[in-house]
Write a protein that binds this ligand. Sequence first.
Ligand SMILES: [Zn+2]
Length: 145
Amino acid sequence: MKEYADPRMHSAEHILNQTMVRMFNCGRCFRAHIEKKKSKCDYHFDRPLTEKEIDTIQSKVNQVIESDMPVREEFLGRDEAQAQYNLERLPEGTGDQIRIIRVGDYDACPCIGPHVNFTREIGAFRILSSSFEDGVLRIRFKLGG
Ligand SMILES: [Zn+2]
């Protein structure tokens, strides 16, 4: 599970995904490469982002991080989870109890990865660049100063 290696980066991915869903009504990223130094998330999209949108995404993610929301897990039966969430990105053989990760009241998502306990542990979130090609929007980001 290399893509879940870093809890801080991976928790930032949850917040970024919810921010994208709220701003653009696009789905969560369909592909991600999460590494300690730099990460990237890919979204199905229809155009490039403007500079202003990139700034807004970055500010919103940082607001969530700075408000120090608790990150909690809960378990739902598979049917109940299926009714509320997209389980497609979960690996096979996850079993009948589905783990849901909640970031305060901001985000909830089924996930098997490791996370921080409070969002402030993530540190400052910075978008390095974004690009758009063939219906795929890529956002590259890092953490810290
Ligand atoms: Zn996760």
